[in-house]
Ligand binder design. Sequence first.
Ligand SMILES: *Cc1c(COP(=O)(O)O)cnc(C)c1O
Length: 419
Amino acid sequence: MNSKELFEKSLKLVPGGVHSPVRSFKGLHTTPRFINRGDGAYIWDEDGKNYIDFCMSFGPLIHGHQDKDIKAEIISALDNGWTFGACEKYSLELAEYIIGRIPFIEQIRFVNSGTEAVMTAVRLARGITGKAKIVKFNGCYHGHLDAMLIKAGSGLAGEAEASSKGVTDIQAKDTLICELGNLDEVKEVFKQFGNEIACIFIEPLPANNGLLIQEQAFLQGLRDLCTQYNALLVFDEVISGFRIGFGGMSEKTGITPDLVTYGKIIGGGMPVGAVAGPRKHMEFLAPVGPVYQAGTLSGNPVAMRAGLVNLQKLTKEAYATLEENTKNIVALLQDWMDKNGFADYQIIQYGSLFYPINTKDKLTNITQLPSNMGERFKALFEVLLNKGIYLAPNGYEVGFVSLAHDKSVQEELKKRLWN
Ligand SMILES: *Cc1c(COP(=O)(O)O)cnc(C)c1O
């Protein structure tokens, strides 16, 4: 069956034909490509066409598809069985490796997804502080837990409402929404609710609704407010962790959060998430502390071993190469776009992330995204897809570059663009 036939079948079997909404190609010119295989920087669909992949499973595959070392480790791990629901040594090796390279982290709890990590961190922050409210920023994505499916309300600063049906008003009441980059608003919210706020949650490099690079002073301002009001600062580094350098944005900015959440890269493409921080916070978790959290498949030995090999390969040189790959790719894309009907675009780049958007303005929050970005993205996506270049199928998503996007792939990209 080809992609079109598979999607028709999928629509009968699965709500909307997908297991995660962003995969649905909603608002685009075509239906989803069903991917059969990936290798390096390339994916092949069920129609036999191949693409240079800039989605990379939305980030986990920092070494590309089927990295040979990770693959060998997974295969060797399978020989010992793939889940025990008991203690094993592999999660300790992964934990030790991360703790050894990121100074503020003393303990880690592994879970199975970014959402689960965030859910745990929210409960942990509430348990530690004994307070209920959390501050979240418009445009930051933290997974699909109730506490985070909240949007700004129409009333006073911070006031919010559910952004999904099924999320209760009570949940919405405990999440305060602020605009990225507006420290005065956050200060105002703390003035009003300071003694009720358990934590500020932020993607320190917001990369789920465009690439909204924040000023150092803003992030530092959040750090200071949390310290002043006895709230926790939680960096959600599910995308930026191990991508913007090994220590993510906390290392890059020198700002130390109280807790950090990981996902995506940490499992090398296997389902892993994590909450991490100093021991004094982490030991609030069960069984030693009063905050409950558990997981049948957590610390899965195959995933732990894949994750460790994945992280061990992230040397200083690897990050330099990633950055160089990304700069070259952005230059190739921008040059082609400038001369082929997409001159209204800039490509924002940070580390190995890039984001094409049809405005030349500097972007720090989601309200600054142009209102016609949907139709412009549809046009760009269609042209590139036809040329064998696969962007994440939604205009809000960033592009992910891997170590597999090397010189030969860059040459191929140039060829495909100008063909
Ligand atoms: C992807 C993402 C999540 C959710 O992770 P899942 O593994 O999809 O549940 C949470 N926070 C951020 C910043 C993310 O990018």
